[in-house]
Design a binder for this molecule. Sequence first.
Ligand code: T1G
Length: 693
Amino acid sequence: MTAEYQVKGAVAVITLNNPPVNGLGFATRSAVVAAMQTALNDDAIKAIVITGAGKAFSGGADIKEFNSPMALMEPSLHTVINMVENSTKPVIAAIHTVCMGGGLELALGCNYRVAAPGAQIALPEVKLGILPGAGGTQRLPRVLGLEMALNMIVSGTPVLSEKLVQTALFDALIDGDLMQGALAFANQVADVRPLPKVRDLKIDYPNYEAFLQFSRNTVKAMAGPFPAPLKCVEAVAAAVTKKFDDGMKFERSLFIELVQTTESKALRHAFFAERIAGKVPDVPADTPTRAIVTAAVIGAGTMGGGIAMNFANAGIPVKILEMKQEALDKGLATIRKNYENTMKKGKLTPEKCEQRIGLISGTLAYEDIAPADIVVEAVFEDMGVKEAVFKKLDEVMKQGAILASNTSTLDVDKIASFTKRPQDVIGTHFFSPANVMKLLEIVRGAKTGKDVLATTLALAKKLKKTGVVSGVCDGFIGNRMIEQYSRQAGFLLEEGCLPEQVDQAVEKFGFAMGPFRMADLAGNDIGWHIRKRRYIDKPEVTYSKTADLLCEMGRFGQKTGAGWYDYKAGDRKAYPAQVVNDMIVKHSAELRVERRKISDQEIVERLVYALVNEGAYILDEGIAMRASDIDMVYLTGYGFPLFRGGPMFYADTVGLLNVSMAMEKYAKGRNGSAWKPAPLLVKLAAEGKTFNG
Ligand code: T1G
């Protein structure tokens, strides 16, 4: 179904019905045109109400159609809206729940709009790297005024319907039965002529040039690499400076320009990637889940405390187990400080602050956490420690409790083998700071129960995390790929780079933080510990020794005031460290490597393609289910630039053949053995295909 047609007295009701959010795809648009035609041809019909079935009036144009010819097939959204706006009978939009993008533009083409309270009203196109392309930039300013309309369009942020009821956007707010209210309104206005049209309204803003110039300057400063926000300003400016039809043409030209940009394609890719990440083919959406009413966390350190805050933020009482009172007290104090800092920034009310702190308690006794529905272990990253903890958990936790490990690399199957209930064991790899980073790698063990996986996926949503399912391997998805990225970064130091050059090149590419600043933040000793294990487990894998030499100098990063860079107390700024740069140059000499000038392009290619190549292995081995899952891991957990869509999407835009050829070139260079092209990458490149299909 795409749109239903009903007659209620002298009013025709057209109900958009294209689940899940009544996207205005080709079939829906065609059905609306047919229904409008029926209503206009029926003399008994005096007015027309348009509404949406289910959980939305309409979430807008069907984004899934964008890269297909369907998006441009007539009747286009413009055709539908023009038909509504030129109707000879009054058309009333009855809005509820969600009215966004093309859905709001359709409503703006109606003669009247009535809404239920609590409806999210937005033109969020800018978040997809485009702008409202069906009249939103021309009509919204005519009902909301220049400033409010511009703010909504440039931010894409929803506003609740009741906050707009005093504007010309809505003719009435309907408490109670929306349809009854809309029908009553329709009968009231059935004979009113002339029919009001938004396009005929005037925008009254005396000194609009100054406002628009101020807006341009503000948007230029905040838009970064994205072209859409500034185009939004120009489109809205046209609503003031041009005649309506000229403004519409101008808006259309900007839309067509933006929809073809890589930035927009990356944002649309990320939109769907985030939503598909939670789908597991052999775990259907209706898989039974276990109730998560209370939680427990083992370890009150940085990770344990952050994980506990996630539960509290979701309203789930959580008990932290520590071995020593001092560590427990320190951890709880840190949590309180974090919440109070958030409150001081005005992002949390004092009540909410206390409420969340109140949901977190502590204990030194395993018995106290036994009733919890899920326990997340966040102890030291050592298999021996994990073994002791999980054997104890197996003894004390109630039957049916989910036993989760926050391990960032270790074998979840081995951890599960320490218990008699491997079906209840799963990996929940949070990213530091755990109460901030959106990514949650959900590591599915060979014996993890489907209901445990389904429960953990649902829990990720409740914790407002992006849950990405990973199979079991050393480093799962993110850390296994970052390992290759870090290896290349180390090799570049030996061959001629210094830390700040590598970081600057990568940050110019768009990463939030380059590899060396990131290592200083995370702690260089963590990588050191992992490499020591790797030297034993995988002696054939080579690394630059520079990172080990740095740790032998005691330079573990920000936490020791010195790492790859120097730091000043209370200042997170990274200052190049002469002693480190000297160590690097000296090490090259000891290796008899003639240092050379290395381009930013080579730096970026070697680091990013190292991610891509390992990602291809991960995909091929089934550790990740989709390339877009790998993209989500990097977009939400590793600061990969959103406008590039993630490593696999970026490789697709570069072209896998180009990636493959660049890798062949680097394989001929020093440390070339690190470049073993993944068979999947080579295959797709040869076939002219992409990772993301
Ligand atoms: N098109 C296609 N599918 C959509 C969609 C859309 N516009 N919006 C949501 N979905 C799918 C989504 O992929 C998911 O699918 C399901 O609906 C539930 O989404 C000309 C050109 C509406 C607030 O940008 O912000 O109009 O995973 O998990 O949390 O100017 O979805 O179930 O298979 O997010 O309740 C402008 C984007 C389009 C709105 C609902 N509109 N959507 O949130 O559910 S461009 C948007 C959202 C446009 C015109 C231009 C949210 C939501 P699946 P969900 P939710």
